[in-house]
Write a protein that binds this ligand. Sequence first.
Ligand SMILES: C[S@@+](CC[C@H](N)C(=O)[O-])C[C@H]1O[C@@H](n2cnc3c(N)ncnc32)[C@H](O)[C@@H]1O
Ligand code: SF4
Length: 357
Amino acid sequence: MENEKLLYIHIPFCDSKCNYCAFNSYTNLNHLKKIYFEALKKQWNVEKKDIDNIYTVFIGGGTPSTMPISFYEKLFSLLSPYLSNTKEITIECNPNVSYEWLKEIKNMGVTRISFGVQSFNKEKLKFLNRNHSPKQAINAVENAFKAGFENINLDLIYSTAMDTKNLLENDIKTAFSLPVTHISAYSLTIEKNTKWEGDFSKRKYNEDMEIWFIEKIKEKFFQYEISNFGNPCLHNLGYWEGKEYTAIGAGAVGFKKCKMKNEKLKMKRYYTKQDVYKYLKNPTKYKFEHLFDEDIKKEKVFLGLRSIVGFDESILNEEEKKRVDILISENKLIKKENRIFSKDFLLADAITNFILV
Ligand SMILES: C[S@@+](CC[C@H](N)C(=O)[O-])C[C@H]1O[C@@H](n2cnc3c(N)ncnc32)[C@H](O)[C@@H]1O
Ligand code: SF4
């Protein structure tokens, strides 16, 4: 369809801040929640001019479940003219969300729910500074199922200092016993501007255990990307396929064709103001990132090799194609109708660097 885009909406509010998290989220700005909608509306009214249909929506954060249902009533009434052919609407939730909230958000047309569970182990949740208990996580998934959600994801974090095979096995067992259709499993990264900045003792990297953990998840769920297993999330697949995405909210990042003075139409990435006060003041003040053809090519190769998306061989030059042939003969890559796919998503970095030098 002409002018079909993915839509990402960022909610920068959280009830508490997790020790590892560098997402653009705040616990002390709750008083801005009411006026946040007005800024989203302003930005959407500009962006919608380029859109006929929204392919998928992803409401992420921060913690979207900290917003009241009345906020989403207003938001969906803005978006509804563009949602008639929408394939998926995902919302991220903290497990402390209530059944009533889940039921109401389901009735508004949200089709996919994603819980930030991280672990079902009480001590590990405390270590991460999560504000929910294992029981709340279990109840949240069961409530989402009871509310009628057929697509339920839970996020897990591994390679933390607390992890043992036993602990991770229990996390997997509990996840498998619940009505979830998807797992996102993230290896802990130590990020700047977090409580754990610079403290690598919080991470325990053990390659054998990482591989073992991934293989365990694969016993039940199909791996379609380095960190994602199960019924694929169409929105995320869209990112990896290089589709255009509109992004609204503080610190949101979009990707669209645009034209600057004396320039041809080009793909650009744009960034809204990260600071919530600045965003509220001027929600359409963007910083544009110019993307060179080489950058776009590298992204296509890298994102394609991390997932089942693969990439089209025709984007490579002759030398690069020769290197792909070497990797095919070594059984690291496979070729199907001119598309190249990786046999092991974990090698995506190294293979991209080898092909593109
Ligand atoms: C926006 S949060 C999910 C929704 C909600 N805020 C919550 O946490 O319940 C996105 C996910 O990113 C993952 N994540 C964030 N920071 C991470 C880090 N430093 N290392 C690994 N995973 C991380 C967590 O699994 C988290 O659930
Ligand atoms: S992981 Fe989720 S709940 Fe925790 S601080 Fe980050 S966005 Fe907020």
